[in-house]
Write a protein that binds this ligand. Structure first.
Ligand SMILES: Nc1ncnc2c1ncn2[C@@H]1O[C@H](COP(=O)(O)OP(=O)(O)O)[C@@H](O)[C@H]1O
Ligand SMILES: [Mg+2]
Length: 375
């Protein structure tokens, strides 16, 4: 069924005149992927009552006509439809510069998460903020294996990760030993730890092709270990209908025994999960918890300034670490599609559905605005 949306139409009911908005969700690059993802988007379709929700992919956009072939949600179904540029968009994918500028020109700030940044850009930007720099591990860009060797010469050990990586893939822990270098790998599937012991030449040979393939950063190792496993925390933060950030809760994540990444292990719910995990007093736990919120809020606001006045973030999952001295570290700001479903895995369905509700409220608020532009 192909029909045109009545997005800009006004529905007149007695003397009430309402704008009928379409909120778009940019789900994927390809239509195939979009189709596969539709059933996961039904909740977003269902909760938005003030208009209609459209799901689409980059492939479905006709840039000249500014029309979209996608799906509109209606009474429990995603119907194939053609509709005009939505009144606000929730972006869930990586946008290259070309697409970023297309959306900036067409809908500007009315797209939530309208820009992407990599791990190195995040570090460079946030480390200039004196409130935040103490929460960032020392980080260097790796252009060649020599940069790794230099870093280890100074700090003895480091975590190497691809600047565009995700899901803990392709992460290495390297350390300098008396006679050689030790390399631990995060194997994605089973997350077994494989240690290699290499001479300097072997280390260079090991990392040379990797550095040619992609860009990495190397950073100070944060001791995230609680007992035998690394633990980190995912703080979920979205903007609401008042355009303010709201923190929805944290999820604790524990990696496997002796693993080097904590983000693919099991998740645990609860605001004070870390209190049990780290065995600290109530007082200390509350203090740390407040700090987690404050630091995340500062980082989110600051990151938004990275793209200037048109930059708009509204849906984030911030990865935080706490070391043995209870020092708080920002590990990563997930901003593409920060799977708040993790909250469901942790038994916190409320956090998940709240995040959907607030983000739709925010999208609606953006839809109501006039198009703004800035220099
Ligand atoms: N500097 C670090 N020190 C110790 N562990 C780290 C460090 N950076 C990352 N990790 C571990 O690796 C995991 C993945 O790192 P992250 O930067 O979030 O990359 P990804 O995008 O792959 O999730 C983290 O959740 C954490 O457990
Ligand atoms: Mg992460």
């Amino acid at each position: 069924m192909d029909y045109k949306s009545n997005s800009k139409e006004e529905t007149v009911r007695s003397d009430v005149v309402e704008d009928f908005f379409v909120i778009g969700i940019l789900v994927s690059k390809s239509d195939r992927k979009l189709k596969e993802s539709l059933n996961k988007l039904s909740e977003l379709g269902r909760i938005y009552k003030k208009g209609q929700v459209g799901a689409f992919s980059l492939e479905g956009i006709n840039r000249d006509k500014q029309m979209i072939n996608g799906y509109l949600y209606n009474e429990g179904m995603w119907n194939p439809s053609t509709f005009s540029m939505p009144d606000a968009i929730i972006n869930r994918i990586y946008l290259n510069r070309k697409w970023e500028s297309f959306f900036r020109k067409t809908i500007g700030r009315k797209m939530i998460n309208n820009f992407t940044f990599n791990k190195w850009e995040m570090y460079k930007w946030l480390s200039t903020n004196s409130n935040l720099s103490k929460h960032l591990p020392i980080t260097r860009l790796v252009n060649s294996p020599q940069d790794i060797i230099d870093f280890l010469g100074q700090y003895n050990e480091g975590i190497i990760k691809p600047i565009n990586g995700s899901y803990g893939k392709g992460i290495y822990k390297v350390s300098k030993q008396a006679a050689n270098f030790k390399v631990d790998t995060s194997l994605h599937q089973k997350e077994k730890k494989n240690s290699l012991y290499l001479t300097q030449e072997e280390l260079e040979v090991f990392f040379k092709p990797k550095c040619k393939m992609r860009k990495y950063i190397i950073q100070q190792v944060i001791d995230l270990y609680v007992g035998n496993s690394p633990v980190d925390f995912r703080l979920i933060m979205v903007k609401d209908g008042t355009e303010e950030w709201k923190e929805l809760g944290i999820i604790a994540r524990k990696g496997s025994r002796n693993g080097i990444v904590s983000n693919i292990g099991f998740v645990r719910s609860g605001n004070l999960a870390f209190q049990n995990l780290l065995s600290i007093s109530d007082y200390k736990a509350i203090e740390i918890r407040k700090k987690m919120t404050q630091v995340s809020l500062d980082a989110a606001k600051d990151m938004e300034n990275y793209r200037g006045c048109n930059g708009n973030l509204g849906n984030l999952g911030i990865d935080l670490g706490l070391d043995k001295n209870q020092h708080l570290w920002i590990i990563e700001i997930n901003h593409r599609n920060p799977g708040h479903r993790m909250a469901v895995d942790a038994g916190e369905y409320g956090i998940y559905s709240n995040s959907n509700k607030l983000i739709m409220d925010y999208a609606h608020k953006l839809a109501e605005r006039m198009k703004e532009s800035c220099i």
